[in-house]
Ligand binder design. Sequence first.
Ligand code: AMP
Length: 667
Amino acid sequence: MTDKPATEQELIVGIDLGTTNSLVAYCDEKGPRILPDDQGRAVLPSVVRLNESDGSAEAIGHEARATAIEFPERTIHSVKRLMGRGMQDVKNELSQLPYRVVEGEQNTARVAVGGHVISPQAISAMILMELKQRAEAALGKPVRKAVVTVPAYFDDAQRQATRDAGRIAGLEVVRMVNEPTAAALAYGLGGAHPHKNDSLVKEKSAGGISLSTKLNPEVCAEDAKPQAAVPNTQDPTPNTQSQTIAVYDLGGGTFDISILRLEQTENGAVDQVLSTAGDTHLGGDDVDQMIIQLVMREVREQFGEKLQFPPATQQALRKFAEATKIKLSNETSADIEIDLGDGKLYKRTLTRDELEALAKPWVDRTMDACKQALRGAKLTIEEIDRIVLVGGSTRIPMVVEAVGDFFEAEPYTALDPDQVVALGASVQAARLAGTRQGGLLLDVIPLSLGIETMGGAVAKLITANSTIPARASEIFSTYAEGQTKIAINVYQGERELVADCRLLGSFELTGIPPMPAGLPKLNVTFVVDANGVLTVTATEERSGRRARTQVVPNHGLTRDEVQQIERDSFAHAKADMDAHRLIDLRLNAKLDIRNINKQLDRVGKGIEPGYHDEIEAHIATVQGMIDSPDDQVDADVFQQAMHDMDHATIRLAEVAIAQTLKGDLKQ
Ligand code: AMP
């Protein structure tokens, strides 16, 4: 009944049936995407509130979770921990579950609410049914088949229980995919490229655009609205090479590290789980607890050891601790302020460094599991081809760094770590349904990749049709004086202006020491690896500040769309080039005028009034062109005016230099 290829028309969705959250995704020619609910929410909390009188579902998902404190004994969460398990297997779990678990037929664990005994499969089915309806609403068609993911360590009974849950929900589970395998499939792994190493096939030196010349396009200083990278999909070129992948999955309450071998065959991906390790009670919730403990300790130190924290306060503290933790993933400090009533105000700033010191033993425990998994797989670090991050807690910078240091390679972070498993499940689903035949090939980069420069132009670092893997770097600088942060917007497309290209991702390089405009040396490096994943790194070389982002450029694009983009670029080539040229001319003209004005200030009365007026007239002409609308300025005339202004100010520059030298000698 399983694993049979579906017909062309069948819709098969991918489902991540998680312990805490569940998601449904669909993949077509454009690639995989999450199907959100009618309020745009991607995630469905895996929580069901049961009706005491008949054992039916009273609320599923967000609503059930929101009222969990009110109805603890009939709000069922973490039911995945009970799936296909006997009472014996789950006895350690029971103390953590506020609802009743009783023994059913053949020693199985079941949930008891009111007078009703309900199987974990039936409760999981309620969640699956909700996802099925969500998918049907989003796709506008009935959905009867799904690929569902399960943890790699699930045994036959647990897998069978998952399949049964699908059946109860009216879904045929056409294939079960291991969660780490799904995450790898979302990145197109397993279809290894003939050249596995990311050797440099193309290196652009910084020479093309040097800092000292005015032709240097400057990175846009203004913040562009960040936009999430479009989830990607694509068909890796099928071949027989396998890849060894480590999948590090750190969620709210569970941690799994899996090492697997993945191979693409004619019939889709074949995985072999070499080893798994982890801890079913280790996750981001522990970090929340660390913050709570810290706050409670300090509050008691300040306001009295006997101070009590009633359950409602503890619940509020938990939410607050999680928010603080999440804030510290993006910022280097977070202000904490808790009003305890009676004029008691607890206030402190928690820095990322402090949180990292607290959480270090927690991260170390996950590293111990990584060592164990490597030993289990009988592999060395060098034998791991890729590392994929899954789970919300992998957004913590310290975690990404620790994993990178351990495996001596940069982990994959391009896709949302909460969504990557569902996306991968849908990739497998699409392969089974035969809807991915038109996927993009990975041998070449189909569209140029670059960054936004000042004035809305695109500086292309990697051009279309470059062979994969590819690498390029260029040096940029700043336009504004004393700029301490630079927004890097990564674009894809063949056109010259960002307005006509596709934004893949944005990030900020912060903490640059204030310097005069043009002095910072910003090295931007693009690396597209053998799997088509693009890593963009920006380093300000004078200060050593560095930031990076990762995206999968080919997701969300069909072959037809790529061709259309190419055709558009030909059609607009002349107009685009003119527009780009005007942007560069305006930038350079502004810099020129700024310099000339500085020199005029410096020389003061050191030049005769007639010459001064002549220079002012040139400036006025060029300024007029800077201010004119595009359609009223001819680039050739503009360039000539700049040339004339340059020529006319040669003597001014000489006088200014001579005066500076004189001044220097006097000192
Ligand atoms: P998951 O079980 O994969 O849904 O992961 C949930 C966990 O990820 C929770 O502990 C969240 O607090 C945590 N989490 C989500 N986003 C972030 C973030 N930006 N920084 C740190 N932890 C996060």
